[in-house]
Design a binder for this molecule. Structure first.
Ligand code: ATP
Ligand code: MG
Length: 207
């Protein structure tokens, strides 16, 4: 059962956005998806509670224990809290096949993420190549200098950068309504779906 951990200790980096959209994508493809939420704020599970019941089902797991559903899942997506570190981080990385690290372009984000990537690199599961780490640039406006700095940062990060997602209101609208971009009218999200494609393609082919 492929498991994806979405993590970055920096608050607001886009973890829940990536987690909920990945869950929505795999559910829209007819897969049995479990969305696990390690965060006490329960943002991912609150999103799931807002999800219209006529959309493809996503099963929930509150992150505290095993759930029968996760055993038969095609995909388990784990959203994690800001500040995840130490044994909890190691355990979560060990359980995951892939770690997706979203990051934004501010100096604060780059500073916090640099240290985190150094920690991730030293995780046994990562060193032994049992868990793969990939990066996603979040809220990237390619016209800006900070986007350029982010690309320079990502290029030397040592982990593949699978895509950059633009800053778009549609993410907030989707979150409010319990939707993923994959549940929305294609004409509203065309450009964004194109940005998601390399990440999805990579995950599906690597599984
Ligand atoms: N590409 C984007 N475009 C516009 N808004 C975005 C984008 N990605 C995330 N956001 C918004 O940024 C805010 C923070 O994102 P999100 O909640 O996913 O981060 P997080 O890492 O889960 O935060 P926390 O550390 O608090 O759990 C949210 O309001 C979200 O809707
Ligand atoms: Mg979150």
């Amino acid at each position: 059962m492929p498991t994806i951990l979405v993590t970055n200790p920096k608050g607001g980096s886009g973890k829940t956005t990536i987690s909920t959209n990945l869950a929505g994508y795999f559910a829209s493809r007819g897969h049995h998806v479990v969305l696990s939420d390690m965060d006490r704020q329960r943002s991912a599970l609150n999103w799931l509670a807002r999800r219209p019941t006529d959309l493809p089902l996503i099963h929930e797991l509150d992150g505290r224990g095993k759930h029968a559903d996760s055993l038969s899942a095609d995909w388990t997506i784990i959203d994690s809290p800001a500040g995840l570190h130490g044994d909890k981080l190691s355990d979560a990385v060990k359980r995951a096949d892939w770690v997706v690290v979203p990051m934004q372009s501010s100096a604060f984000d780059m500073g916090a993420t640099q240290d985190f990537l150094d920690v991730l690199r030293e995780e046994k599961a990562v060193r032994k190549e049992r868990t793969f780490v990939v990066m996603v640039g979040m809220r990237v406006d390619p016209r800006t200098k900070s986007a350029q700095k982010l690309q320079e940062f990502l290029a030397q990060a040592g982990f593949p950068v699978l895509t950059n997602l633009r800053d778009a209101q549609i993410y907030l609208q989707a979150a409010e309504q319990g939707l993923s971009l994959f549940d929305m009218r294609p004409s509203l999200v065309n450009r964004d779906l194109q940005q998601w494609a390399p990440l999805l393609h990579w995950l599906v082919n690597a599984s």
